[in-house]
Ligand binder design. Structure first.
Ligand SMILES: Cc1ncc(COP(=O)(O)O)c(C=O)c1O
Length: 363
């Protein structure tokens, strides 16, 4: 049940896009480098996204692109990163990158960070003198928690590390520095033979995994912690909330005690990387029948059908890359880029990632 080689395990990165988008132009992968004295390296000053592009019958389709870019802009706003990139420009850049990469499916990593002005270097904590850079990279990424995890489920623990407190590091922003906390949670879990760790918030309520949101199933009802439990407002979490509505599965966002994890009928993680991954044990306590439960399976199947374009989504969730016109970002001249009309249409219906959360400030 518990893998011996867990600490070394990671998914294989098979293919990497040969170009990276950088502030309006495409550059070679090898040229996407920064100075070692960049602010971000010393003080963790970055915000980023993880976006999946799925292989479909209509070619590569980017999943909830606009919502991811909206969250990136929200994260940047929280950290006063006034970079001047628009949501349309970022969406067009992502579409252009996938097109040029030739990858049928991939993971996209947009990132904005504080770098170094080599003419006028600044080394202090004050981030304002440091210029901002924006990049998007892409690679083909497999199943984050392992191939079998999607069917068999994973064995996890409750971490001894707490999730960030809302007034120290806002979990609502997807900031690079938050992932130091995630690394503590992940390393502890792997070292002790678990695939992942679940962090509690500073009050002792269940928060989330190191890189995933969490859902419980109890007596036919799906439960997930609210934003006030120091979680990232996950876009897969939002997808599952909307899928539950579509499937008429009752769902509530409410504070979850640690003990509720052990007696849940089913548990699962959600995330762009982890997708919908069942949890079969917590702290070596078997959850339900110790395998993927029936409600998890229904939600998971619906999610995968939507991502493959085989089932209508509750919203305009897929951006079909081959069905959007080439945009100015793809010309490699570095001119300010605007999304063309098709790109805008492909992503215009998407909503703010926060909009479907009812419990921003309450339990
Ligand atoms: C800490 C954390 N929570 C939750 C998630 C899930 O968010 P999403 O579904 O938007 O990928 C992630 C992954 O991005 C994460 O890193």
């Amino acid at each position: 049940m518990f893998s011996e080689d867990a600490p070394k395990k990671d998914v294989k990165t098979v293919r990497i896009a040969s170009e990276v988008w950088h502030d309006g132009r495409f550059i070679k992968w090898d040229d996407a480098r920064i100075h070692v004295m960049s602010h971000v390296i010393h003080y963790g000053s970055s915000v980023f996204e993880g976006v999946r592009c799925y292989s479909t019958k209509r070619g590569p389709a980017i999943y909830r692109l606009r919502e991811h870019m909206k969250r990136l802009l929200n994260s940047a706003k929280i950290y006063r990163m006034d970079h001047g990139r628009t949501i349309d420009e970022l969406c067009a850049a992502a579409i252009g990158l996938v097109k040029r990469s030739g990858l049928d499916q991939c993971y996209l990593r947009p990132i904005i960070f504080r770098s170094l002005d080599e003419e006028r270097p600044a080394f202090g904590v004050n981030p304002f003198p440091n210029p901002l850079s924006c990049y998007i990279g892409a690679w083909d990424w497999g199943k984050y928690l392992g191939d079998e995890a999607i069917e068999q489920g994973v064995d996890v623990c409750v971490s001894t590390w707490n999730r960030l407190t809302p007034n120290s590091m806002p979990a609502m922003a997807k900031a690079g520095a938050n992932y130091m906390n995630s690394q503590l949670i992940k390393m502890e879990a792997l070292t002790n033979g678990y695939a992942e760790g679940i962090a509690l918030d500073d009050r002792g309520f269940v928060s989330e995994g190191s890189g995933e949101n969490i859902f419980l199933v109890h007596d036919g009802k799906v439960i997930t912690p609210p934003l006030s439990s120091s979680i990232l407002p996950g876009i897969t979490r939002d997808s599952v909330i909307q899928i539950c509505r579509q499937l008429d599965i009752p769902l509530v966002e409410e504070g979850v005690q640690r003990a509720a994890l052990y007696i849940a009928d089913e548990l699962f993680f959600t995330g762009t990387a982890a997708e919908v991954t069942p949890i079969r044990s917590v702290d070596r306590v078997q959850i339900g029948a110790g395998k993927r439960g029936s409600i998890t399976a229904r939600i998971q199947q619906t999610f995968f059908e939507i991502t493959k374009g085989e089932r209508p989504a509750p919203g305009d969730w897929l951006t079909y890359v081959n069905e959007t016109q080439p945009s100015p970002v793809a010309d490699n001249n570095g001119h300010p880029a605007n999304a063309d009309r098709a790109t805008r249409a492909a992503t215009a219906e998407a909503t703010d990632p926060m909009s479907s959360y009812s419990a921003v400030v309450t339990d």
